[in-house]
Design a binder for this molecule. Structure first.
Ligand code: ADP
Ligand code: ASP
Ligand code: MG
Length: 466
């Protein structure tokens, strides 16, 4: 069997869902399980409705809900010949959602637990449309509530899957359906605790759902259908001349995702890697493009593979005038950040200061509150983390020097090789991102690039001698 996961833009309207139906029909012989995200921007709107409700603004909350409901109903009308049942299913979901938001309006407070319940409606609504469209096209689709299959801890808004329980429930629920030649359709991103409380796997978490399903059922492969021609040498929204990456190792792709390349959720590759299941990143708008294959081994390309960009970084520096034991402060700060689920991507520890990157403004506020009585805390906002990713990056001859030369005139706030030895990262101001990405892409990823790993150079020299 295979898993086909469709992201928000791949189910954004009736036309996109029709493309999905065609892709699934072409692969029926491979026994697909379908994982769908919410329609594009729906999760954002649901979270916006939650915070609008928490501010007590009921009219604005209801307006957001009405717009969402009309969008789903209009899509059903556009997509289906007979949409009466689907329209009723959509209305029933909104009838369940409205009182939750009214309760938040009344309490003027939204807990992470409630926020997850509200966010879950995006995927629940999209799967109603997707399964109805598949059924109308003759595919025997079975709509499954992912919350009955994926079990997580209770870290609401960013829950971690409990593997044994999830594997067991996924197999128990999905294998009989596949044996009956049915096509299961599950919402990505959403799950539940063992006690049945709705949780979510963190933003972009539908990719992880797909990998969990693939791992539990020993899939032949996992297909991530999105809006780009696979993983590119950098985010195509930032630079117009990106390069296609035909194949990439699990480790490099995980490093890219961890360091900000939104094309995959950072934890996606763990279940696939454990079972050695290849993950394909494909474009639902351009399905003939081969996309990118993420797998165990990949033919060595010894230069930099890609540039990842993480936006919305704050650089937090804790310092004292006198010398103190920075290791003590660093370990306290790291423990604090870890408990908040927000370990820094890079850090620097000196005699009188500790500096870390933090990618969440609320965590910055909590960190500041916790430490400001004892040390000076300085938070520099509007920063971005740029990372060069390559297997064996340390062996690339001359890389740091070339990069520093290319960054002439750009303020670099902090830099560090990645602990995994697959990346080299530095912090710059957000305003400099397009220029820095352009310069580095031209230097490292375009045809004339001369920077290669030492072993590649050696093998080239060796080949020349032989
Ligand atoms: P989906 O909704 O399908 O999950 P996402 O928006 O989460 O899609 O991810 C796809 C987006 O990831 C692309 O539109 C692109 O802007 C961004 N992206 C960031 N880095 C890369 C990269 N290296 N290669 C391809 N896309 C990237
Ligand atoms: N709908 C969720 C989000 O927007 C999950 C996903 O799309 O993967 O974050
Ligand atoms: Mg995504």
């Amino acid at each position: 069997m295979i898993v086909m996961k469709f992201g928000g833009t791949s189910v954004e309207d009736a036309q996109a869902i029709r493309r999905l139906v065609n892709l699934v029909r072409e692969r029926l012989w491979q026994q697909p399980v379908i994982v769908s995200s919410a329609m594009a921007k729906v999760t954002d709107t649901l979270l916006q409705a939650t915070s609008t409700a928490a501010s007590g603004n009921e009219p604005a909350t209801l307006e957001l809900l009405e717009r969402l409901e009309s969008r789903h109903i209009a899509t059903a009308h556009d997509l289906l010949r007979d949409c009466s049942q689907t329209e009723a299913d959509i209305s029933a979901l909104f009838a369940e959602l409205r009182p939750l938001l009214s309760a938040i309006c009344a309490l003027r407070e939204a807990t992470p637990r409630l926020s997850d319940r509200i966010a879950s409606f995006g995927e629940r609504l999209a799967t109603v449309l997707v399964s109805a469209a598949l059924r109308e096209s003759g595919v025997n689709a079975a709509l499954i509530d992912a919350r009955e299959c994926i079990v997580t801890d209770d870290h609401f808004t960013c829950a971690a899957p409990l593997m044994d329980a999830s594997n067991q429930r996924l197999s128990a629920r999905l294998i009989p359906l596949l044996e009956a030649k049915r096509v299961p359709v599950l919402g990505g991103f959403i799950a539940a605790t063992a006690q049945g409380q709705t949780t979510t796997l963190g933003r972009g978490g539908s990719d992880l759902t797909a990998a969990l399903v693939g791992g539990a059922l020993d899939a032949e492969r996992v297909e991530i259908w999105t809006d780009v021609d696979g993983i590119r040498s950098t985010d195509p929204r930032l630079y117009g001349h990106t390069r296609h990456i035909e194949s990439i190792s699990f480790q490099e792709a995980a490093e890219l995702a961890q360091l900000g390349a939104k094309v995959l959720h950072p934890s996606t590759l763990i279940p696939a890697m454990e079972k050695n299941i290849p993950v394909y990143v494909l474009n639902s708008r351009n399905p003939l493009h081969p996309g990118t294959c993420v797998r165990t081994e990949c033919p060595g390309d010894d230069g930099v593979k890609a540039i990842a960009v993480k936006h919305g970084i704050t650089l937090v520096q804790a310092s004292t005038a006198r010398s103190f034991r920075p290791t003590g402060l660093a370990s306290e700060m790291f423990s604090f950040l870890e408990a908040d689920g927000c370990l820094p991507d890079i850090a620097s520890i000196g005699q009188t200061s500790v500096t870390v990157t933090v990618d969440n403004k609320e965590v910055v506020a909590r960190l500041t509150k916790q430490f400001e009585k004892r040390v000076n805390i300085k938070a520099e906002n509007s920063k971005a983390l740029i990372s060069l990713v390559a297997e064996g990056i340390r062996q690339i001859v001359g890389l740091p020097v070339q990069v520093l030369l290319a960054l002439d005139g750009i303020e670099v706030w902090m830099s560090s090789p990645g602990a995994s030895q697959r990346s080299f990262s530095f912090v710059i101001s957000e305003k400099d991102v397009p220029e820095v990405v352009r310069r580095l892409h031209e230097l490292l990823l375009e045809d004339n690039c001369s920077l290669l790993a030492a072993n590649a150079e050696q093998s080239v020299a060796h080949a020349a001698v032989v």
